[in-house]
Design a protein around this ligand. Structure first.
Ligand SMILES: *Cc1c(COP(=O)(O)O)cnc(C)c1O
Length: 404
């Protein structure tokens, strides 16, 4: 580590809240799948800011849209209309086949907004007695870090000493449709779930699970809320991960790549019924739907489609998955993924995944461990086959080491 890197780390440690434990690299520039540190070393970004940079770092067309809009108008608040909001609505609705859109900023805000909306729908449309609405969620979920959301997390690190938490949530195992059936009552308004559990370690549910979930939700008049903040917008090789399951959610949450990593933009998408219950004054956000956010999101959606990034994620994700599965290393317990959302789970005896991530850094790859023994791999969707093959060489060289 150079002295400048040590200075950055020491200053962060001195002044910053220590709520992260980053790998010891200080990045100062990015382009496409590549990022550079302050010493000029180049790395292939295999995290993509948890899928927010799916379009690649500093995509020139998103950059141009942002700069152009920043020169014209950035924020009006929703007290007035702006000329970017209507086209944003129109384009995101056309892209995703949604009827109503609620623009917010962070992913967690989209989740909170969906919870508010489905509760209101429950009371005003479904007829649930006031204060009795129940929402079913899954164990090992990740839906963000706000108080409302961590209250139904099952991760002790996420929850401990942050309570008391709001009631109204029931937790069932992920991938278990019978558990959902048993948990639904007359007061259930929604089932909130990730199509693939990302933070839990890229957990893909059994075949047929979501088809059954869809049936149960429809039969019981329960809104199916899919948190596609990480899986959505091409990450899994389809626009939305729900398309792999042949279903449609009632409410879909997008964030992260909705801005290509330039600016926080999230959205709740739904049919007319759910978001239709919100009336003026009942929900809002100073920055939600601002012209800069809308212009950036419009460009981010446009390049995703125009530049074939979703197809690329499907094609090169398959190549990467196959290549990872071909690595013969007794450190590897499981390799899984869909599109460019992949994970290598190590045997516990292989030592912590973080050690492997640090070794990968030495070979020019930035990846992030999760849950101790899993390395997640999610490069920008603009990766080329040569870059995939190069990455596979680095993974093979690293995973055949033993750090135990
Ligand atoms: C990242 C993420 C969130 C939270 O998004 P923030 O922008 O960090 O608030 C919610 N749900 C899922 C599935 C995520 O991956």
């Amino acid at each position: 580590m150079s002295s400048s890197v040590i200075d950055f780390l020491a200053t962060e440690a001195r002044f910053g809240a220590r709520n992260y434990e980053p790998i010891g690299v200080v990045l100062s520039r990015g382009e496409g799948v590549w990022v550079w540190d302050t010493d000029g070393n180049r790395y292939l970004d295999c995290l993509s800011a948890y899928s927010a940079v799916s379009q690649g770092h500093c995509h020139p067309k998103i950059l141009a849209a942002m700069v152009e809009q920043a020169h014209r108008l950035t924020l009006t608040s929703r007290a007035f209309h702006n000329d970017q909001l209507a086209p944003f609505y129109e384009e995101i609705a056309a892209l995703t086949g949604s009827h109503k859109v609620l623009p917010m900023n962070s992913g967690a805000e989209a989740v909170e907004s969906a919870i508010k909306s489905v509760r209101k729908w429950g009371y005003e449309v479904k007829g649930v007695p006031d204060g009795q609405a129940e929402i079913i969620v899954c164990a090992d979920n990740f839906h963000g870090r706000t108080l409302g959301v961590i209250g139904f997390s099952t991760d002790p690190e996420t929850r401990t000493h942050f309570g008391p938490f709001a009631p109204g949530f029931k937790i069932i195992p992920f991938g278990d449709a019978a558990a959902l059936e048993a948990a639904i009552t007359q007061n259930t308004v929604a089932f909130l779930v990730e199509p693939i559990q990302g933070e839990a370690g890229v957990i893909i549910p059994p075949v047929g699970y979501f088809a059954r979930v869809r049936e149960l939700c429809t039969a019981n008049n329960v809104m199916l809320v899919l948190d596609e903040i990480q899986t959505g917008l091409g990450r899994t090789g389809k626009l939305l991960a729900e398309q792999h399951e042949g279903i449609e959610a009632d409410v879909t949450l997008l964030g992260k790549a909705l801005s290509g990593g330039f600016y926080p933009v999230s959205a709740v998408l739904s049919n007319n019924e759910v978001l239709g219950t919100l009336r003026p004054g009942q929900h809002g956000s100073t920055f939600g739907g601002n012209p800069l956010a809308c212009a950036v999101a419009r460009a981010a959606m446009r390049v995703l489609v125009e530049e074939g990034m979703i197809e690329n994620a499907a094609r090169l994700g398959a190549r990467l998955l196959e290549g990872l599965k071909d690595i013969r290393a007794n450190t590897i317990r499981d390799v899984r993924g869909r599109g460019l959302m992949l994970a290598v789970e190590l045997h516990p005896e292989a030592g912590p995944a973080r050690r492997y991530c640090e070794a990968l850094q030495g070979k020019g790859i930035l990846a992030k461990d999760t849950h101790g023994h899993t390395i997640r791999i999610a490069p920008p969707l603009v990766i080329t086959s040569d870059e995939v093959d190069w990455a596979l060489e680095q993974f093979a060289a690293t995973l055949t080491q033993d750090f135990a």
